[in-house]
Design a protein around this ligand. Structure first.
Ligand code: SAH
Ligand code: F3S
Length: 486
């Protein structure tokens, strides 16, 4: 998920981007790959794995759609609108194919997994359909397509973590990077399509994670985000599914690595590297993790902690395995152990059967937490999910929209309340690049993940700078540099 402060559907539109290969572009490669990613951060990270696998097959990436030999679109199924966005892009590819008839088109990611070979029937432009666990089969699939056949592989895996593939960094600012640590999700929230499109949860070998982080540091990166659908559920005991941990040997259990331990290993491996992680499911977040965050300066003080609803009845219907009260307890613990920790949310408005009272519970939960920011959505029924099968999508569209508006408006107030707390402080900011609005300013983030802009002076991308915060909007802090951070 790309970060946004409100009205999150625009996330998907903003994420339309052809990706350029910044590293490892090989002169021997003769074919051109154009790859576009939608949806969550994991998709962006997966596209880097795909680019790496195809680089070995003779493909360099290009940002020019019209010169591509192979066009790949890494898709998202999380809401209906995300799928519609991809369908529109396929229309565009269709138009381009008229001037570039040799171009082949493949769909990757969650829509590929959800629709499988139906995609080939529904969209004539599509030559290849590849699910999220089948990217290592791409060399074979591309060969099939080269020989004029359609190719499909949507087999989900219990082991695949791509731990042995060194991602090619796409669209990179050279400063921040994603490192995936788990794949799939075992949670089965009733509204969510992810467990169906990304399969069972499995964790990646911590050694390969550390190696990737070390390599990123050597290449000049200064911040990494450990990625997973549910990072707090990370568990390595020598391979295998999380659900089979019970069957592990005593030695495997004794030497297992959980998320708190992994965080510590990463923090110690690169003490100057900033470390973030996403996403935390409240039911799996332990005190250990919070204490580890507090213990290491280089772990950023920010937790994305989706709750979806403030109503116990709705939480239960969503199969979120915690109550409102347990969530408050977790929030209290975070605030006690890390007083300056930023917290963000995901919310769904208009889940089936949601009453005005349930909605008020959501607003009052938000009042309690006063999130720094959030990603808010109207409920979108997804085929095959438990909610779709068992519950009627019975909240009228206008009601969903109105409740969503109320949630977004309240979040906006809280965001401003939170950004104002930074006024007058000096905060460490990692420069990521020029500000979108002004060439004379840098843009970076503080530890809490809030965007900070300030005049460039002689600082450069990748510098850690102490910035005095003088002004703010609900989304951005505005300041001036007072010197390099020690
Ligand atoms: N654990 C995941 C969550 C993936 S989905 C992660 O790493 O981010 C991201 C968010 O999309 C969810 O938290 C939820 O708020 C929203 N979402 C998921 N399914 C949805 C649906 N059917 N309708 C509306 N919003 C949905
Ligand atoms: Fe989806 Fe719930 Fe997993 S939101 S990704 S099923 S934690």
């Amino acid at each position: 998920m790309m970060k946004s402060h409100s009205g999150s559907e625009k996330i998907i539109d903003e994420s339309i981007q052809g990706s350029t290969l910044t590293l490892e572009q090989s002169e021997q490669n003769t074919r051109k790959l154009y790859i576009e990613s939608y949806g969550c951060q994991m998709n962006f990270s997966d596209s880097e794995i795909v680019a790496s696998i195809l680089a070995k097959e003779g493909f360099n990436t290009t940002q020019e759609l019209s010169e591509a030999d192979l066009v790949l679109v890494n898709t998202c199924s999380i809401r209906e609108k995300a799928e519609q966005t991809v369908r529109k892009r396929l229309e565009k590819f269709n138009a381009v194919k008229k001037i570039n008839p040799g171009m082949k088109v493949g769909v990757l990611g969650c829509m590929a997994e959800r629709l499988k070979s139906k995609f080939l029937e529904e969209e004539k432009i599509v030559d290849m359909v590849v699910g999220p666990d089948a990217y290592k089969d791409l060399p074979n699939l591309v060969k099939e397509v080269d020989e004029g056949r359609n190719a499909v592989n949507v087999i989900l895996s219990k082991e695949e973590t791509y731990g042995d593939v060194a991602p090619v960094r796409l669209n990179s600012n050279g400063v921040t990077a994603f490192v995936s640590i788990t794949r799939g999700c075992d949670n089965m929230c009733t509204f969510c399509v992810v467990p169906f499109t990304r399969g069972r949860e499995r964790s990646r070998d911590p050694q390969s994670i550390i190696e990737e982080v070390n390599d990123l540091w050597d290449k000049g990166f200064k911040e990494i985000t450990l990625l997973g659908q549910n990072v707090d559920s990370y568990l390595w005991y020598g391979g295998g599914l999380k659900k089979d941990f019970d069957k592990a040997t005593e030695i495997q259990k004794a030497t297992s690595v959980n998320f708190a331990k992994l965080l510590e290993m990463v923090a110690l491996a690169q003490p100057k590297m900033r470390i973030r992680f996403s996403t935390s499911n409240p039911q799996d977040m332990t005190l250990d993790v919070i204490e580890t965050m507090a213990k290491y300066d280089n772990i950023c003080k920010y937790i994305h902690l989706p709750v979806q609803s403030g109503s116990n009845r709705i939480l239960k219907a969503m199969n979120r395995l915690h109550t409102r009260e347990e969530y408050f307890e977790l929030i209290d613990n975070i605030r006690k152990i890390i007083p300056d920790c930023a917290i963000s949310q995901d919310m769904i408005a208009g889940f089936p059967t949601e009453t005005e009272e349930d909605h008020q519970d959501t607003l009052s939960l938000m009042e309690y937490v006063k999130y720094d920011f959030g990603f808010m959505f109207a409920y979108s029924e997804r085929p095959g999910t438990l909610a779709a099968r068992k519950m009627e999508d019975d909240i009228p569209e206008e009601t969903k929209k109105r409740r969503l508006r109320e949630i977004i408006d309240l979040q906006q107030q809280h965001s401003l309340y939170r950004t104002k707390q930074h006024l007058g402080k000096v905060e460490e900011v990692l420069i990521e690049g020029p500000s979108k609005k002004s060439d004379a300013h840098w843009m970076g983030r503080n530890s809490q993940n809030t965007v900070v802009v300030f005049p460039k002076e002689n600082y450069k991308v990748g510098d850690f700078v102490n910035v005095k915060i003088n002004d703010c909007t609900s989304a951005t802090l505005i300041g001036e540099a007072v010197g390099l951070a020690p």
